[in-house]
Design a protein around this ligand. Structure first.
Ligand code: CAA
Length: 316
């Protein structure tokens, strides 16, 4: 087994499209054992069946050997719901990939700090929330956050931001909290490389490099639609054919394989877009990040994109 900087076992919290994608590249490419945990057993079942389909597709296309696919699948196990996060106590690294909600993430990191070994790396796949804030929750009761800066529990927290769809997108953004130790940072980087990814580094600013650039772009497109400057299709087509973007800003979310559509995959749900934009706006106070009214109303209406069948496009 190839070992990514001492990481042989990985816990993944959240079996949605991001968590599942991370489990997939970790088991197949980095060849680590993965324990998958989600508070919804139904989500875990959906995720595993998607993983089976992705592996079968790669085998059918001759991209991987059948034996490699089988071994990757065997490396993935599911955490017993009754045991929960405690089951990850022996993991070398845990990656959290739940929804963009600071309070939920804080709860998870505080539990992880209490339940995991002191050298377990605790990574978050957040797309916009401060890693420093999340790290401050990973301090067990009785430990001072300030007294052992860099060597505290918070020193093992790091941002590892994957992109959707994780099996395809080549990038991972690496973000250091104020508390992150150098060792954590270099082990996390090597793990991402072992997963087959290229790594860029961003400071812990709202949205990091990726979403601080992407979200105003998407939001501007929504506002142009709202103002009636152009139709939905022409806005997307302009970016696709004029700038060679693989998909237009309103469409980011439309693409899915027929194979995958039953799992309601989408690139970014409109609720996630709104949550990220709210974090950017609250974190900077800069009006360029203020979410458009149309986006807010779409989310009010629960028109979230591919995940529930309606967004800027209609989905099967
Ligand atoms: N999961 C796994 N694999 C997938 C997939 C999925 N959801 N969707 C597509 N693929 C694979 C296909 O199986 C195919 O693989 P093969 O080469 O083995 O056949 C490959 O991707 C290409 O697929 P297609 O030919 O069907 O379609 P395409 O040419 O349109 O490519 C795409 C698909 C790569 C996703 C492309 O549309 C694209 O680059 N889209 C933009 C994606 C993007 O911008 N992602 C970032 C979102 S932002 C984010 O994630 C960060 C955040 O914080 C919000």
């Amino acid at each position: 087994m190839s070992v990514a900087h001492g990481i042989k076992s990985l816990g993944v919290i959240g079996a949605g499209q991001m968590g599942l994608g991370i489990a997939y590249v970790a088991a197949l490419r980095a060849k680590v054992n993965v324990q998958l945990y989600d508070r919804s057993p139904e989500q875990v079942a959906k995720g595993l069946s998607l993983m089976d389909k992705l592996l079968a597709k790669d085998v059918a296309k001759g991209k991987i050997q059948e034996a490699d696919a089988r071994q990757a699948r065997e490396r993935v196990s599911v955490v017993d719901h009754a045991v929960g996060v405690r089951a990850l106590r022996d993991a070398d690294m845990v990656i959290e990939a739940v929804s963009e909600n600071l309070e939920i993430k804080r709860r998870i990191f505080s539990e992880l700090a209490a339940e995991t070994r002191s050298d377990t790396i605790l990574a978050t796949n957040t797309s916009s929330i401060s890693i420093t804030k999340i790290a401050s929750s990973a301090v067990p009761q009785g430990e001072s956050a300030a007294s052992v800066l860099g060597r505290s529990s918070a020193g093992r927290v790091v941002g590892l931001h994957f992109f959707n769809p994780v099996p395809v997108m080549k990038l991972v953004e690496l973000i250091s909290a104020l508390q992150t130790s150098d060792e954590t940072l270099s082990r996390a980087r090597e793990f991402a490389v072992a997963c087959g990814k290229e790594v860029t580094v961003s400071k812990d600013v709202p949205g990091f490099v990726s979403n601080a650039l992407l979200m105003p772009f998407i939001n501007e497109a929504i506002m142009w639609l709202e103002k009636g400057v152009a139709t939905r299709d022409d806005i997307d087509k302009t970016l696709r054919l004029g700038m060679n973007h693989p998909m237009g800003p309103l469409q980011l979310g439309r693409h899915s394989l027929a194979l995958l559509s039953a799992h309601h995959l989408h690139s970014i749900g409109l609720d996630t877009c709104l949550a990220i934009q709210q974090t950017l706006y609250a974190g900077t106070g800069d009006s360029k990040y203020r979410p458009s009214v149309l986006l807010e109303r779409m989310v009010d209406a629960q028109w979230l994109g591919r995940k529930n069948g309606k967004g800027f496009y209609e989905y099967d």
